[in-house]
Design a protein around this ligand. Structure first.
Ligand code: C5P
Length: 201
């Protein structure tokens, strides 16, 4: 039987870490849907038309080393408002969600558009400062040269674009459990997510 956990939220709120941990905990498959938009964004930066890039994307080959760069983050949020791009990525995400054995999908519109009937919806968030600090540390560890202010500004720009777009904007589903991780350690955030899932299982 399928069981879908939808995890949405703004950039660097901890969605990825929480999703991977709960997927491992329950033995569910995990899809980071941001990677789909990042792959389309990267192909746009390579000169491809974003709609064509989305329609010809092979979701099985999403690993490109540069998909996490700040340039690709921005490109992803620029292709994400295009309805034809979102439509091209829909079936793959729904099929993934319907897998036997359970699935965790994280993104911006999983609880609102992709899986509106998911039995568990989490909206993971944290203050702007905390999120920018986390992302800044991540990038610094990878050796990316940047500053905290730059990371904060880019993140806020991306969140604004994601929240204000007409197609599938970033917002909590009405029945989502909001998890503010500003004051939580990773272990605490994962424990809270596991508890929310246990309650609805
Ligand atoms: O989650 P991540 O930061 O990797 O997502 C990159 C971008 O992809 C987001 O800023 C957003 O514009 C887009 N996205 C989306 N819908 C999703 C996942 C990501 O629009 N479900």
């Amino acid at each position: 039987m399928s069981f879908t956990v939808a995890i949405d939220g703004p950039a660097a709120a901890g969605k990825g870490t929480i999703s991977r941990a709960v997927a491992a905990h329950f033995g569910f498959a995990h899809l980071d849907t941001g990677l789909l938009y990042r792959a389309v964004g990267a192909r746009m930066l390579d000169g491809l038309d974003p709609v064509e890039a989305a329609q010809t994307l092979d979701p099985a080959s999403l690993e490109r080393d540069d998909l996490r760069s700040p340039a690709v983050s921005q490109a992803a949020s620029k292709v994400a408002p295009i309805p034809e791009v979102r439509a091209a990525l829909l079936d793959f995400q729904r099929a993934f969600a319907a897998r036997a054995g359970g699935a965790v999908l994280d993104g911006r519109d999983i609880g609102t558009v992709i899986c509106p009937d998911a039995p568990v919806k989490l909206f993971v968030t944290a203050s702007d400062t905390v999120r920018a600090e986390r992302r800044y540390r991540e990038l610094a560890e990878k050796g990316v040269e940047t500053t905290f202010d730059e990371v904060l500004a880019e993140m806020q720009e991306r969140d604004r674009r994601d929240s204000e777009r007409a197609a599938a904007p970033l917002k909590p589903a009405k029945d989502a459990v909001v998890l503010d991780t500003s004051q939580m350690s990773i272990d605490e955030a994962v424990a809270a997510a596991v508890a929310a899932i246990e309650e609805r299982r």
